[in-house]
Ligand binder design. Sequence first.
Ligand code: XIL
Length: 366
Amino acid sequence: MERRSAERRAWPRGPAHLLVLCALLAACEATGPEPPGQEAPRVPLREVAAQREVRIGIGAAAGRYFGATTGLGVKYNQVLAREFNVLTPENDMKHERLQPSRGVFDFTRADAMVEFAEQQGMKVRGHTLVWHNQNASWLADRSWTAEEAAALLDEHVTTVVGRYRGRVAAWDVVNEAVDDRGVLRPTPWAGGAGRSYIEQAFRAARAADPDALLFYNDYSLEWPGPKQDSVFALLRDLRERGVPVDGIGFQGHFEVGGGTPSRHALRVAFDRFAALGLRVHVTELDIRVPVPATAGSLQTQAQNYRDVFEVCAQTPACDMVVTWGFTDLDSWVPGHFPGKGAALLFDASIEPKPAYWAVHDLLSGM
Ligand code: XIL
């Protein structure tokens, strides 16, 4: 993955290449590129990307079916390995999972994911070290002095990043530090003090693995406004002071149609942060639709997905798009956005949706 072509490739050339693909695979209906049957062969996304020397990684978050050996779980793990070249643990590297009791770490599932990724030739995006959510209750349910919090942060970041030294390509070091108004959120990691914990987290992560890329990750940065401005100012300040922050993660939890930023807005947002010398990753892409989904909403969703991948591919600083899950069988969306769902590239039977084919078509045309 992330193979760089000597020069940027031309953008989609229309459907001619699909006809060739269809002829080769004998798997497409006359009306389009979609294989008609469950078992129809297709060139996986990561293969298309490799063949075309697409320089963006295509990843997915691995959730509760990871490692499952029965029923659809088998297909889940096969498709995860076959289609993607980046893996992010959806929940298994969060504080509550890794350090459920103070000073007691449990790396069982995180280890399994990192090993799986290595076996399958996938990079790992580590998510996430310092966040105000999904912290173990021993940490979250009481207050800490600034000194105590700093020691806890150091221990957690050093232990986790150190364990995977050389094996995790990029870490979401700090997640969602500011709220929608652009104001710093309360978090146990601050120990009642200001924002120095952010800088401390990046420095500890760099010391624990000098080769890992270190990201600030957040949502709603794709639109202009107080939140984007605030995070921009935060990162500019960190960069100016030599704090080791390498990249900005745009989570990308969108809603179909008007709830997905325009290509223009995305481009402006990516470029704004790239101008600070930051790499850009789209880290948690999903595009929810009102359920039940309609053919029309899934077509619009397909175009929205294509737009995000295309703007990333056209932005020199952007070299990874990770979706938050990959199948509607296992997605956080229905649980968090009532009445919404069907947000991913594969349906609940782990069959490709129009959005999958839109991304496939885009990559094929690169
Ligand atoms: C979500 C997971 O997908 C859910 O399974 C969990 O219950 C809550 O967290 N921003 C983030 C992710 O950075 O860690 C969140 O993941 C989604 C929003």
